[in-house]
Design a protein around this ligand. Structure first.
Ligand code: IMP
Length: 179
């Protein structure tokens, strides 16, 4: 039993729609990088489910790296501060890097991550986010690939959490009634 007894979930993006989109994105990345070695960076914690599905649709040589950041601290609005909880395990200098993020909300985290990776001089940097909330952007944030553009709603599931819960839902849901 968790602390979510008074919260209501409604399906926002179904499991079937997610799987179809992730397959398409994986195939697009395969076309772009076929025959080349890439480093796929999973941004923890939120993108681990999307990431693990995405890389299994990518048919090229992939090294997996993990970058842990925390910006929400369990609430539903961004603090604007990005704290690194786990750094990359190996240098990415001279490599093709794909940065895999769950959701771009204010854009602050993605911009932080982009400059953190670019400062390590990769050969190329490709950014991908499963979800983007264009109305919530506080800073311009260009992405190479986006799964779904969504309104400014707080969503959970498929890796995304509310106070640490719901990451294991196989679909994306909207949470209502926070009190
Ligand atoms: P940003 O820095 O505001 O763009 O926030 C990015 C991070 O906030 C994401 O990587 C998520 O971890 C978290 N986040 C933003 N929107 C949501 C949401 O709707 N549900 C769950 N987490 C979110």
């Amino acid at each position: 039993m968790n602390n979510s007894g008074n919260l209501k979930l409604s399906t926002y993006i179904s499991e079937a729609d997610l799987q179809k989109k992730v397959k398409e994105l994986g195939e697009t990345l395969t076309k772009k990088f076929k025959g080349q070695e890439v480093v796929a960076v999973c941004v923890l914690k939120g993108s681990f489910v999307f990431y693990s599905d995405l890389i299994r649709h990518m048919d090229t040589d992939i090294q997996c790296e993990f970058f842990g950041v925390s910006s929400y601290h369990g609430n539903t609005t961004s603090s604007g501060e990005v704290k690194v909880t786990l750094d990359l395990g190996s240098p990415v200098e001279g490599k093709h890097v794909i940065l895999v993020e769950d959701i771009v909300d204010t854009g602050l985290t993605m911009n932080y991550l982009k400059s953190a990776i670019l400062s390590r001089k990769p050969k190329t940097l490709t950014t991908i986010a499963l979800l983007e909330k264009p109305e919530a952007l506080k800073v311009p944030c260009e992405l190479d690939y986006v799964g779904f553009k969504i309104p400014n709603d707080f969503v959970v599931g498929y890796g995304l959490d509310y106070q640490g819960y719901y990451r294991n839902l196989p679909y994306i849901a909207q949470v209502q009634n926070f009190n």
